[in-house]
Design a protein around this ligand. Structure first.
Ligand code: FAD
Length: 345
């Protein structure tokens, strides 16, 4: 039997790879503090990447205009000299104080960390799949019901039903066809789909070739027998309530942010935000700092530029916490040989 992997040990762990978490990597790097970064999404960038990758941002200092995706790419480039280790598709569930003053963290996926300091940069929360909300189907998750869609699905001879009306739902329906599902049905509560033109064109082509069905419908119940999902009860706009057969149900209703476990960690909170000291962005627990949209203090504004300021002061606070008694000097990146060495320039 293989023994469980030893916890990953580090000086600083950042929860959240949004723009503020990424800039925190940079600012801690300038303090010569290496970071591990955990995010539940499969990519970095938080809201900028998930919610508005192609939309323009006009209020980043010295950048008259950039898209969400471009900002993330620039932040990644800026953090590169400090070689952060990203742990993506991992949701931090537990944060526990240790006797030696360190913090133990565990992700839902089983990765464990032991860290001297934690920075919570969790924004509006962990982006997790929006649930279908049918209690009867809860026990079938991962067997016949999938909220996280398989990249290599096993659907041959299976009747696949996909729920959703955006890019990911259409991509899922096309993927099921590609993997030779016996039948593919896309259900959406509206009669129109909202997706990229190229995807819609592929979808229309598959529809006209009879490779899939599209229904405007809502699922009202799952029909089970012998513990297996056999059919779905639907509600149609004309008031009828037909049932359709199903072997696999893929739920692609998008992602929704959940503050989730963070609210259970015993940290001081106000209106679902972490209360911090705006001098150094420490929370109510020693060694635990917080920055970005997840925090509150007098005058807090949920803007990227505010988060950048918070990450800068938090890095000074963390350096002082890790090196008690040492002076933490202010140095300019233009002139400091020490910072140039850290930056590799
Ligand atoms: P987020 O970007 O929310 O990132 C937090 C990350 O933490 C997420 O990736 C999440 O998955 C992860 N996470 C949370 N909990 C966990 C956990 N337990 N385990 C693992 N990972 C976790 N701001 C501006 O300044 N200018 C603008 O023009 C602007 N336009 C916007 C447009 C839109 C449509 C929206 C929605 C927001 C806009 N904002 C804008 C606000 C800006 O996006 C936020 O202020 C910024 O994203 C906050 O960054 P953050 O890093 O604190 O959090």
């Amino acid at each position: 039997m293989s023994s469980p992997a030893a916890p990953i040990q580090t000086d600083a762990l950042i929860i959240g790879a949004g723009p503020v978490g990424l800039f925190q990597v940079f600012e801690l790097g300038l303090q010569d503090i290496h970071t591990h970064v955990v995010d539940v999404l499969p990519f970095i960038g938080g809201q900028c990447a998930e919610l508005y990758a192609d939309k323009p941002i006009y209020d980043i200092p010295a950048l008259a205009y950039c898209t969400g995706a471009e900002l993330v790419q620039r932040l990644q480039q800026q953090t590169a000299p400090f070689k952060p280790v990203f742990h993506l598709q991992q949701q931090v569930m537990a944060l526990q104080a240790q006797h030696d003053g360190r913090w133990a963290l565990r992700t839902q996926q089983g990765t464990e960390f032991l860290t001297k300091t934690v920075v919570i940069a969790a924004g509006v929360g962990a982006f997790t799949p929006r649930p279908l909300g049918l209690p009867a189907l809860q026990n079938l998750e991962g067997q016949q019901v999938f909220h996280t869609l398989p990249t290599k699905p096993s659907v041959q001879d299976q009747q696949v039903v996909v729920v959703g009306g955006h890019d990911d739902a259409i991509q899922a329906a096309l993927l099921a066809i590609e993997h030779q599902a016996a039948s593919v049905t896309l259900l959406h509560r509206r009669s129109t789909l909202d997706a990229e033109a190229s995807l819609l064109s592929r979808f229309d082509q598959a529809l006209s070739q009879g490779k899939l069905k599209f229904m405007t419908a809502q699922i009202t119940d799952g029909l089970l027998s012998d513990g297996r999902l056999r059919g779905l009860q639907l509600a149609l706009p004309d008031g009828s309530e037909p049932t359709i057969a199903v072997d696999q149900l893929w739920v692609a209703l998008g992602l929704t942010p959940q503050l989730g476990p963070i609210a259970q960690w015993g940290l001081s909170m106000s209106r679902k935000q972490l209360v911090v000291n705006p001098e150094n962005f420490s929370t109510s627990a020693p060694g635990v700092f917080a920055v970005g949209d997840v925090i509150t203090y007098p005058g807090k504004r949920k803007l990227i530029v505010s988060g950048f300021h918070e990450a800068t002061l938090a890095a000074f606070g963390i350096a002082a916490y890790l090196r008690p008694g040492e002076k933490i000097p202010l140095e300019y990146t233009t002139a400091s040989p020490r910072l140039h060495r850290l930056l590799g320039v």
